[in-house]
Ligand binder design. Structure first.
Ligand code: FE
Ligand code: FE
Ligand code: ZN
Length: 277
């Protein structure tokens, strides 16, 4: 069975997210570990997290893919921004220990004219201070569209980061279909070739989740604007191929398409489950 869900709001708490996921036919989901624009997190409600953990087990959910706020930048040129990102991520990872066995995805960062190599080094060094041996969360680097000075727009950049991380077994990659397409990997005409390239440069064993989004922009535009499944430049047939591909079909798929409400996601989940049958 296809493992699929979407981004859900955490404003009503953890258990409410699990219940909403069930309502829309999802068996995984993403959520922001805190307000994506600001930095403050609500105090942790341990009982609520435990209630969600038992719902997930009871209904055989695939791993969740929590998302770090976009504002974190581990390779900023400002020390205060780097330490804010590091401290916030440390706190997020401590909290996720109440939901063991899931993933925590983040955007590697923007190097702000310091150069890609310096950026990759700063990100990896920060991760070396954040990961610990006994943790129960897998930390994922997201493939990016490569806009501005974004790090992670090529598989080589993600490899460069992973090479410097000490606790490699705690790491993985989340492939975003809109981002890789906008970044210049042609998953429309050559999905197989792109996955072969991923395997050659990074290794498919690192691939732990997929963000499944169509794109509003042409191939290689380095833009990053998501579109509803089938309505963008990737198109329905690409998603049929993505959800049935032997290298991908077992992974958790997360929708981040522009929807007015969760019923829009319910439709996409139903459609994609149909493709996978
Ligand atoms: Fe993302
Ligand atoms: Fe994404
Ligand atoms: Zn995006």
């Amino acid at each position: 069975m296809l493992h699929i869900g979407c981004h859900l709001s955490s404003t009503k708490g953890y258990l409410a997210m699990g219940q909403e996921a069930l309502r829309i036919g999802a068996d995984t989901f993403a959520f922001f570990t805190r307000n994506p624009r600001g930095g403050n997190a609500k105090p942790m409600d341990e009982e609520d997290a435990k209630a969600l953990a038992s719902l997930l087990a009871e209904h055989h959910f695939a791993p969740l893919v929590a998302h770090a706020p976009y504002t974190y930048n581990l390779c900023s040129d400002k020390e205060s921004n780097r330490s804010f990102a590091k401290e916030s991520m440390a706190e997020d990872l401590r909290r996720l220990e109440f939901l063991p066995g899931n993933c925590y995805n983040f955007h590697p960062g923007s190097h702000m004219k310091q150069g890609t190599e310096a950026g990759c080094r700063m990100i990896a060094d920060a991760l070396n201070g954040l990961l610990w041996k006994e943790m129960h969360t897998t930390v994922l680097l997201e493939t990016m569209a490569g806009k501005g000075s974004e790090v992670g727009g090529t598989f080589e950049e993600l490899r460069m980061i992973l090479d410097r991380v000490e606790l490699k077994e705690k790491m993985g990659v989340c492939l975003d279909t809109c981002h890789v397409h906008d970044g210049g990997y042609d998953i429309v005409r050559d999905l197989d070739g792109v996955l072969k390239e991923f395997d050659r440069v990074i290794g498919l064993e690192w691939l732990k989740a997929v963000h499944i989004n169509d794109s509003k922009n042409p191939f290689g535009s380095h833009k990053d604007r998501h579109e509803k499944i089938g309505l963008g430049t990737l198109g329905e047939e690409t998603f049929r191929a993505v959800v049935t591909h032997p290298d991908l079909r077992e992974l958790p798929f997360i929708l981040e398409t522009p929807q007015e409400d969760n019923d829009g996601y319910a439709c996409e989940i139903c459609m994609l489950r149909g493709f996978a049958k």
